[in-house]
Write a protein that binds this ligand. Structure first.
Ligand code: GLU
Length: 515
């Protein structure tokens, strides 16, 4: 007997963006298929018409492609906004269509439901069609082992919804049929589906399908032991809105505040209005926060699995080579944000400067156009170079370098930095700043090197202790703080006018009396 070709699938319900737990499921299904020269199917389980949306389908496709997890069968792997992912003629694979709504249209489920009705294994009642769960059920889960359930503990369940539900198949029915018809050998999914599996096993048996191997993955938890879910974002946003006494903009937001919904879009809007960052939960959140896809995949591979030899940093080739279900644990795994950030910082610091520049530029084009406008593409390499070594994510330069783009009037002076670098010793720092302003005003070659040399010669001419005697007062005037990257490039990127404006404002605002 020849072994069946490995076929795995990722079967998200398109009811929102791709969650990090979904990404891990997809990653393991992908790695297992690749390891075995098999196939990965992407199937959209959109039979819940009220909750499914084309936007969600598009975002799942976009996020999987961003991660680099390509499928062999499923919707066309494209993010082209002009392409309709539901279009049947561009789906790939010969077991389609890969949308359950389309499979329903084609009558695939109804034919099989009729057979179950004819054989008496299903019956109709006022809700719809129900499947008879009248036998003991046992199945083997690759991770959780043998699971046995007595018929007495099982209840008949709906396999087709009634008129109100559009006579669509329920999740249990559609998933079982599709896995069988698509010849899926390994069903890899979250542990929350373990309790559904007796139903799926019974349906397989009733329809004469081979059972697939079920591989349930442990849940991913927050540091506080709660399950990591998109509700976490809503919770954080709701609390912030409450603390800031933010008035609801519309009924939807009022419902959100009253905990009647956990709408991610509202959570994001609140976060933007209040300038706060919410915990990353969805793949798109991690992308926006500036995590690298290969780091994210590396990190999530360790949630529930490990290669067994202590290796923690690896690439996808390593994962394909070493992945195995035998090393997936049953216990829940904790999402350690500090560890992920550390992996990311290491990856950013290690990469060639050109690569960092390229990634930062692309990230700012997508999310921080204000930096591009202010710094300009030609100077972006300088900006990237200033922050590469200290970046945890691609957002770090925009967070640490916020002063580059803010209004000159928006600089807030840190009292301690002011005292130490400007007003102390009868305003020594202020005096230096005043004198150096004239030097800067007369400078015609506004480049980092020239400006650095200017500071150097000024230090010597005035017999100052060191370059910090000018650089520190300058930093306070330009950024409000005594920390900024190298002063030469900082001056260069800010531009002459901004530098002079900020020095003038500082000299006007800060006097020795403000001590
Ligand atoms: N559509 C299901 C979900 O998104 C997944 C079902 C499965 O993987 O079997 O939870």
């Amino acid at each position: 007997m020849t072994a069946k070709k490995v076929v795995t699938r990722f079967a998200p319900s398109p009811t929102g963006n791709l969650h990090i737990g979904g990404a891990r499921t997809a990653l393991f299904a992908w790695a297992f298929a690749r390891q075995n020269g098999g196939q990965l199917i992407l199937r959209l389980e959109d039979t819940d018409l009220a909750r499914s949306s084309p936007e969600s389908t598009k975002s799942v496709i976009r996020d999987l492609l961003w991660l680099g997890l390509e499928w062999d069968q499923g919707p066309a792997p494209t993010t082209d906004p002009g392409v309709d992912p539901y279009a049947r003629d561009i789906q790939i694979g010969d077991k389609g269509p890969y949308f359950q709504s389309q499979r329903h249209e084609d009558g695939i489920y109804d034919v099989l439901i009729q057979k179950l009705l004819d054989s008496g294994q299903a019956y109709e009642d006022e809700d719809a069609v129900r499947f008879r769960m009248d036998k003991d059920i046992a199945f083997d889960d690759v991770v959780y082992g043998r699971i046995e359930i007595k018929a007495d503990d099982l209840e008949d369940f709906i396999i087709r919804k009634g008129e109100k539900g559009g006579r669509l198949p329920t999740f249990h029915f559609a998933v079982t049929v599709d896995d069988a018809l698509m010849e899926v050998t390994h069903v890899i999914r979250g542990q929350e589906h373990l309790t559904n599996t007796p139903k799926h096993a019974a349906l397989c048996d009733a329809m004469g399908f081979d059972r697939p191997q079920w591989v349930h993955l442990p849940s991913i938890m927050n540091a506080d032991g709660s399950k990591m879910s998109k509700r976490d974002k809503a919770k954080a946003a709701r609390k912030a809105a409450n603390d800031a006494d933010l008035q609801p903009a519309d009924d939807n937001m009022a419902a959100f505040n009253a905990k009647d919904n956990d709408d991610t879009d509202i959570a994001n809007a609140i976060a933007e209005a209040l300038g706060l960052s919410l915990p990353e939960i969805e793949v798109a959140d991690f992308k926006r926060s500036g995590y690298l896809q290969h780091v994210l995949l590396n990190y999530i591979a360790l949630l529930g699995w490990n290669p067994g030899d202590g290796t923690e940093r690896f690439d996808l080739d390593f994962l394909i080579k070493h992945f195995g279900y035998d090393r997936i644990g049953k216990s829940n795994s904790q999402f350690d944000r500090t560890k992920l950030a550390k992996f990311n910082a290491e990856a950013l610091a290690e990469m060639p400067a050109d690569k960092f520049h390229e990634l930062l530029l692309a990230h700012c084009k997508a999310y921080h156009l204000d930096f591009l406008d202010k710094i300009g593409e030609a100077n972006f390499q300088t900006f990237a170079g200033m922050y590469q070594a200290r970046s945890q994510t691609l957002n770090t330069p925009t967070e640490m370098g916020r002063f580059f783009v803010c209004d000159d009037d928006a600089i807030e002076y840190n009292a301690k930095a002011v005292k130490k670098n400007l007003t102390k010793s009868d305003g020594e720092g202020l005096n230096v700043l005043k004198q150096f302003r004239d030097e800067l005003n007369g400078c015609d070659d506004w480049t980092g090197d020239t400006l650095h040399a200017l500071i150097e010669s000024f230090t010597e001419k005035h017999q100052l202790k060191n370059m910090g005697s000018i650089a520190q007062p300058l930093r306070v005037a330009l950024t409000g703080n005594a920390v900024s990257p190298e002063i030469g490039p900082t001056l260069e990127l800010l531009g002459k006018q901004t530098v002079l404006n900020r020095i003038d404002r500082c000299l006007k605002t800060i006097t020795t009396d403000s001590d």
